[in-house]
Design a protein around this ligand. Structure first.
Ligand code: 13P
Ligand code: SF4
Length: 310
């Protein structure tokens, strides 16, 4: 069986398999650790494994390499990009930063290593609000690349961060009308939403948080039914942890596509994970200057997160 082969190969090669909640269920089941992007970064920074296989998207594997530069880091499919990270390209971003002198640059972890080299502090959806709030109220801040997360933080903190106009193709497509119709069918269901969703969706959410925050909220909640507005891969762990509760994926605008699935995340498969371990490719390579410059804002995030108890 491929699962046993993967486990045997990973043990032989002293590799740890880290997976994001958006990976297909079979990958989550075979992984050593499954978590959100903050947890993945922390595991990558602290593992004593000799190699890391990051089952997620490219920026997650890059972050692992930046935090563990002496380890080999693999991504089962090198084409597993992120539409949000792609919406922020280095040349345009450098010009944007230049147009806003005296601003502190806060970048979401969903960015390339090149963007991180131009960043003062990285955040994830687990700590973005609190890290932004750790700056003085009158601080001049740039927030990139997710305009929805940036708008959400501006609205809850009263700040006026300058936002990069990027977005995720999955989170932008949830349908308010269909979520409201589902609420009609399941009046007791709570709406859980990731802050990458548009503000119209966040307005009807009962709880807003990162993937792990949504999972913890659903697990602790007395409610039995939830409409989940984030990538549908998270439903696997929600259901595993809460077998008696019902989780309904929030529908996208277009009913002909599976748009609440991240096509990039789903490029990784068990077969590609097996091949990756066997052939030790595709591997993530970054030059030393990029690693050194990109590590600073990520390490600052990890320090701030620890200090803030996140
Ligand atoms: P998390 O930080 O919640 O893991 O989210 C990452 C992501 O890519 C959301 O689309
Ligand atoms: Fe990127 Fe969106 Fe996929 Fe998350 S769901 S990895 S933000 S494309």
């Amino acid at each position: 069986m491929i699962v046993e082969k993967i486990k045997r190969l990973a043990a032989e090669k002293k590799a740890v398999i880290l997976a994001h909640y958006y990976q297909e269920a079979a990958i989550q089941d075979v992984a050593d650790y499954v978590g959100d992007s903050l947890a993945l970064a922390r595991w990558a920074a602290s593992t004593d494994a000799e190699a890391i296989v990051l089952c997620g998207v490219h920026f997650m594997a890059e972050t692992a390499k930046i935090l563990s530069p002496n380890k080999r880091v693999f991504l089962p499919d090198l084409a597993a990009d992120c539409s949000l990270a792609d919406s922020c390209q280095p040349t345009e971003f450098a010009a944007f930063v230049k147009r806003h002198p005296d601003h502190t640059v806060i970048s979401y972890v969903n960015t390339s290593a090149a963007i991180k080299t131009m960043t003062d502090v990285v955040v994830t959806s687990s700590n973005a609000r609190q890290i932004v709030d750790s700056f003085p109220p009158d601080a001049r801040l740039i927030f990139a690349p997710d305009r929805n997360l940036g708008n959400y933080i501006n609205s809850v903190t009263g700040r006026k961060m300058v936002l990069w106009e990027g977005a995720c193709h999955v989170h932008e497509r949830f349908s308010l009308e269909k979520i409201l119709a589902l609420k009609g069918d399941f009046p007791n269901a709570l709406v859980l939403a990731h802050p990458e969703c548009k503000s119209v969706i966040l307005k009807v959410a009962d709880y807003i948080g990162s993937t792990s925050a949504l999972l913890n909220y659903a697990t602790k909640s007395e409610s039995q039914e939830f409409i989940v507005a984030t990538e549908s891969g998270i439903l696997h762990e929600m259901q595993e942890k809460n077998p008696d509760k019902s989780f309904i994926p929030a529908p996208p605008n277009d009913s002909t596509c599976a748009c609440n699935e991240c096509s990039f995340m789903k490029l990784n498969t068990l077969e590609k994970l097996y091949d990756c371990l066997k052939n030790e490719t595709p591997e993530i390579f970054l030059d030393t200057a990029t690693i050194t410059a990109a590590a600073k804002p990520i390490l600052r995030m990890l320090e701030l997160s620890n200090k803030l108890g996140l």
